[in-house]
Design a protein around this ligand. Structure first.
Ligand SMILES: NC(=O)c1ccc[n+]([C@@H]2O[C@H](COP(=O)([O-])OP(=O)(O)OC[C@H]3O[C@@H](n4cnc5c(N)ncnc54)[C@H](OP(=O)(O)O)[C@@H]3O)[C@@H](O)[C@H]2O)c1
Length: 142
């Protein structure tokens, strides 16, 4: 029993050490002011994107939430404005699976915003190449 507990303890300790030092990514703990800066966060309505948008808003940035579903994005923007006390948090429609939507987003952004300082392409990795191919009538390479 004692041997089992010892092996178990060492295994848990080793896992914790390996997890915190190698598996878990580094955390950004900066509190630098972002006043006067404009940030785009894609996929900012939930998850990591929403938490990132909240952090940017707390630091005073103008935050553009680039999301594909208006209802969830507006609800998240409301939460972020309330929690950060920053009213410069706005939704702009963007569906990264559609190049037409990407072009429309760029046009909208360029016509309404004078600057972009930070782009956080949080939702970028989730786009399927197959979806893009279907929308653009291309053939995916196997
Ligand atoms: N969570 C993790 O442990 C982890 C680890 C490593 C990397 N990542 C990466 O970090 C990013 C965020 O992770 P998460 O866990 O926060 O993911 P999540 O909760 O699933 O959120 C993904 C976000 O991307 C948006 N999105 C998906 N497809 C989109 C599209 N075509 N156009 C625009 N927005 C789109 C989603 O919008 P809807 O709500 O409209 O679907 C949602 O806001 C992902 O790229 C993920 O691959 C996450």
């Amino acid at each position: 029993m004692a041997t089992f507990l010892l092996v178990f303890g060492i295994s848990v300790g080793a896992y914790v050490l390996i997890y915190y030092n190698f598996i878990r990514g580094k955390q950004c703990k900066s509190n630098a002011s972002l006043k006067g800066k404009t940030v785009i966060v894609t996929g900012a309505n939930i998850g990591i994107g929403k938490m990132t948008a909240l952090d940017m808003a707390k630091r005073g940035a103008r935050v553009i939430m680039a999301c594909r579903v208006k209802e969830t994005a507006e609800a998240a923007a409301y939460d972020i404005r309330r929690l950060s006390g920053n009213n410069e948090v706005i939704f702009m429609h963007l569906d990264l699976a559609s190049l037409d939507s990407v072009r429309a987003f760029c046009k909208n952004f360029l016509s309404s915003e004078p600057r972009l300082d930070i782009l956080i392409n949080n939702a970028g990795k989730t786009v399927s190449f197959k979806v893009l191919c279907i929308q653009q009538e291309m053939q995916p390479v196997a």
